[in-house]
Design a protein around this ligand. Structure first.
Ligand SMILES: Cc1cc2nc3c(=O)[nH]c(=O)nc-3n(C[C@H](O)[C@H](O)[C@H](O)COP(=O)(O)OP(=O)(O)OC[C@H]3O[C@@H](n4cnc5c(N)ncnc54)[C@H](O)[C@@H]3O)c2cc1C
Length: 462
């Protein structure tokens, strides 16, 4: 079968591309999805006790008018709007997020350690070369030791010295000494930073409801349980594991870029394969714990830099929508995320027990509530976060031009491998802008990598 625009993956990127192609009346397209459902990492699941879970707490916020309209179009008025309330667990108490703006909530000795570290003479002044040095340079040794280093290692499961820091942009709230001191001395609350101050959430069905509905509107042009298996770039031919044969003009791949090069494509040279191997990712274990009984706690999510819990983040998912809880208004849906990698191994078989212990250690559950657990749900995603390592951009500048020269475009969270544009809104827009490029010839804006094919000695075989 010949398809003009063939799309691998019915996650936000693939669905964004398909929707935009249809809007532009370019209807010769097909989406192949290896699983039986739409949404990818943004899918949601309902367990046997009636709790709904995301793959980690997803908040729907947006940098794009198109994405806002899309959410309104598919959900109508079936969404809730929330103000972010986020906290950091520290020294047996809670500090409002952003941590450095709310040091007044720390025990005085720890607050002083943070402030002392921020004094210019205590911060390394040399230009940072990696994320670890950037943390010390910007935050000083106090905040680095208490929060930034342990928290980031728990999330990324990667030594910060192996990571770049040019991805940070609006992802990390940086710090200004005068403001920190003003908040501390005047006892002022300051929790308003950042792009996700307010966010939306579907009334029912979890985050995945958005993508379920987007996919439904595409009807038969999403083919489930079809796995892209082998690609012959020269012949523009794709075979699926289930026996399908497709030829295409343009191919959009939204699965992991390293797998595309190392497993799907035939005839990739050593330089390309080395570049693909240089891409790093972590894995994430998500535990959903449904507990009988509601608490008067409006917090949306919490960060856990300390060892008292294995998870780096916990979401009060019942606060996003009461319908996420098995017994709305009478039970809590606690969702915890723990990352792992070769640098930070975890035995996932033990993580549910460790998660529940962590909930008790951090007061999110009382000890006696162990007997009130109504449901446990778990999932492990092999590809959780695309890690912005020091080699990433050089690797992308080898891989993407080679692919583009063969009408293969790899986009999305792991297709593009750029964490700074890897949220749902970015991913949908990567798909939308790719579709516009194919039909209208316009330039992509969200995902950019130089597309001139060039050799990069870094990845040449020795
Ligand atoms: C723990 C966690 C928390 C997150 N929190 C947020 C948040 O709060 N807000 C936010 O905006 N975003 C969040 N995200 C990011 C969000 O999930 C992603 O932006 C989005 O899902 C990426 O969409 P995608 O289509 O690029 O990739 P994916 O969601 O990975 O979708 C790719 C799809 O391709 C399919 N596929 C892969 N290989 C093949 C193949 N060979 N053949 C056929 N199909 C294939 C997969 O099955 C999948 O359905 C979070 C992600 C994680 C992991």
């Amino acid at each position: 079968m010949h398809v003009k625009n063939l799309i691998i993956g019915a996650g936000p990127t693939g669905l964004g591309a398909a929707r935009r192609l249809a809007e532009l009346d370019e209807n010769d397209f097909l989406v192949l999805e290896r699983s039986g459902h739409a949404g990818g990492l943004a899918a949601s699941f309902r367990d046997g006790a009636g709790f709904t879970w995301d793959i980690g707490g997803h908040v729907v916020f947006s940098h794009y008018e198109y994405f806002d309209r899309l959410v309104e179009d598919v959900l109508g008025d079936e969404f809730l709007e929330h103000e972010r309330i986020a906290r950091v667990r520290m020294a047996g108490g809670w500090v409002d997020y952003p941590f450095q703006n709310n040091l007044r909530q720390l025990p005085p000795e720890l607050a002083w350690q943070c402030v002392r570290g921020l004094l210019p003479e205590n911060r390394p002044q040399a230009k940072p070369r990696n994320f670890g040095q950037w943390i010390d340079h910007v935050f000083g040794p106090g905040i680095a030791r208490l929060f930034m280093r342990p928290y980031n290692f728990k999330v990324w499961a990667t030594p910060p010295e192996e990571m770049a820091f040019d991805w940070i942009g609006e992802r990390v709230s940086v710090v200004e000494l005068a403001g920190v001191l003003e908040n501390l001395v005047l006892g002022r609350a300051d929790a308003a930073w950042g792009p996700n101050r307010t966010f939306r959430f579907p009334l029912a069905g979890g985050t995945g409801e958005i993508f379920r509905r987007m996919a439904d509107r595409l009807g038969g042009r999403v083919r489930y349980n079809e796995t892209a298996w082998k690609i012959d770039a020269a012949k523009k031919l794709l075979l699926t594991r289930e026996g399908g044969t497709y030829t295409y003009d343009n191919l959009l791949s939204t699965g992991p870029l390293d797998k595309l090069v190392l497993e799907l494509l035939d005839a990739c040279g050593g330089e390309l394969r080395n570049a693909a191997r240089a891409l790093a990712h972590n894995s994430v274990y998500v535990a959903g714990v449904g507990v009988d009984g509601l608490r008067n706690d409006p917090t949306c999510w919490m960060y856990f830099p300390e060892d008292a819990a294995p998870f780096y983040r916990l979401t009060n998912f019942h606060n996003y929508s009461p319908r996420n809880a098995g017994r709305p208004g009478a039970s809590r849906a606690l969702m915890a995320e723990t990352s792992f990698s070769e640098h930070k191994p975890e035995d996932t078989a033990k993580l549910m027990d460790k998660t529940i212990d962590g909930l008790v250690n951090t007061t999110m559950m009382h000890g006696e509530e162990r007997a009130k657990v109504l449901s446990t749900w778990e999932t492990t995603v092999e590809y959780g976060y695309p890690v912005p390592t020091l080699e990433r951009d050089a690797a992308l500048s080898v891989l993407q031009p080679w692919l583009a020269a063969r009408n293969i475009f790899s986009r999305g969270r792991f297709g593009g491998w750029k964490y700074e544009v890897a949220n749902m809104d970015h991913s949908v827009m990567q798909g939308v802008e790719w579709a516009e490029r194919m039909v209208l010839g316009t330039a992509e804006r969200t995902y950019t990598v130089e597309e001139h094919e060039r050799c990069n000695n870094v990845f040449r075989a020795a």
